[in-house]
Design a protein around this ligand. Structure first.
Ligand SMILES: C[S@@+](CC[C@H](N)C(=O)[O-])C[C@H]1O[C@@H](n2cnc3c(N)ncnc32)[C@H](O)[C@@H]1O
Length: 179
């Protein structure tokens, strides 16, 4: 996995081709700038739309996107906000749309690395601003149908990669992306 900001949006921009667009939002202007530079360097700015927006209130109309991808972002939201973000994503996804989430997982919650991580988050929330979450469970609770799930390790921490859909088929053309 490549964790550099905007890296996955660049990949999506490559995948959507000349005839479609990948949209990216982030609440941080700094992160958007980093992403913009990456896409400019790759000559892909004409394939993306980038906006400074809040994932709690996604600024797009209903049923607009074929796929949504979010990496290492859902775990930044407070627990009561996670269903709101997932519901917003559902709203802007087309009925057959696909959701992909990569996030630090709490499934192995009692392991030493996770206990240390949670301790650091509780005691230094300004520095460790995210914490492990139940990714698949949150997605299922939000009404998605989970299609595949993988677990990997990053720096010893468990990561869940989950792909879920609203209903049957997916037609790829536009991507919405949280950078
Ligand atoms: C840990 S970074 C992950 C960046 C990138 N997705 C990656 O995988 O490298 C989390 C990102 O979420 C953004 N973020 C935090 N709260 C947000 C919100 N309410 N709406 C949109 N983006 C938000 C942060 O600004 C930051 O860029």
């Amino acid at each position: 996995m490549d964790f550099r900001t905007g890296r996955y949006l660049k990949r999506m921009a490559e995948l959507v081709g000349m005839t479609s667009k990948a949209y990216g939002i982030d609440i941080s202007l700094g992160m958007l700038e980093v992403t913009k530079k990456r896409l400019k360097k790759a000559g892909l700015m004409d394939r993306v739309e980038l906006y400074c927006e809040d994932a709690l209130q996604i600024p797009y109309e209903d049923d607009m996107f074929d796929a949504i991808f979010m990496s290492f972002t859902l775990e930044l939201f407070d627990t009561p906000e996670i269903p709101i973000v997932l519901e917003e994503a559902r709203r802007v996804l087309k009925p057959n749309g696909r959701l992909g989430i990569v996030s630090i997982s709490n499934e192995d919650g009692e392991s030493i690395p996770l206990r240390v991580y949670k301790w650091a988050h509780q005691n230094f929330p300004k520095h460790i601003d995210c914490r492990p979450i139940y990714v698949e469970k949150s997605i299922k609770n939000a009404g998605y149908e989970v299609r595949c799930k993988e677990r990997v390790k990053m720096f010893g921490f468990p990561i869940e990669i989950v792909i879920a859909i609203n209903s049957k088929e997916v037609i790829k053309s536009r991507f919405f992306f949280s950078i």
